[in-house]
Design a protein. Structure first.
Length: 117
């Protein structure tokens, strides 16, 4: 009788024990993002234009590639300006055109427009 009782306890420990170990694993995963299946961070939302630190670049387009314009400013410095899907473009951007651009810290233009010479 004593041996059957020990076998029953042993069986319960073997069957129920892993569920106690799995419970905290999933709690840590969902609450803290730890473990082998940690959450993948979501992309940051774009900050509204009024809250982004920007600079204004005024100069001549010296080189144009897909999504990138090199503008020579009034000091003679070549400034890379990246064009994104949300960039407000006014006018036809071509090499030699004079432009004004509002550019975020990362070089992405919020707006760019061709200016009269």
């Amino acid at each position: 009788m004593k041996q059957k009782m020990l076998q029953a306890v042993f069986l319960v420990v073997i069957l129920v024990g892993p569920t106690w170990a799995i419970g905290p694993y999933f709690e840590n995963e969902s609450n803290q993002g730890q473990g082998p299946r940690a959450e993948i961070p979501k992309p940051l939302a774009r900050v509204p234009d009024s809250r982004i630190a920007t600079t204004f670049v005024k100069g001549e387009i010296r080189r144009a590639e897909e999504g990138l314009y090199i503008v020579r400013d009034s000091t003679g410095k070549d400034v890379p300006i990246y064009i994104g899907k949300d960039t407000d473009i006014q006018g036809a951007l071509r090499v030699g055109e004079k432009v004004e651009a509002q550019v975020a810290k990362d070089g992405l233009a919020l707006s760019i427009r061709v200016t009269p010479e």
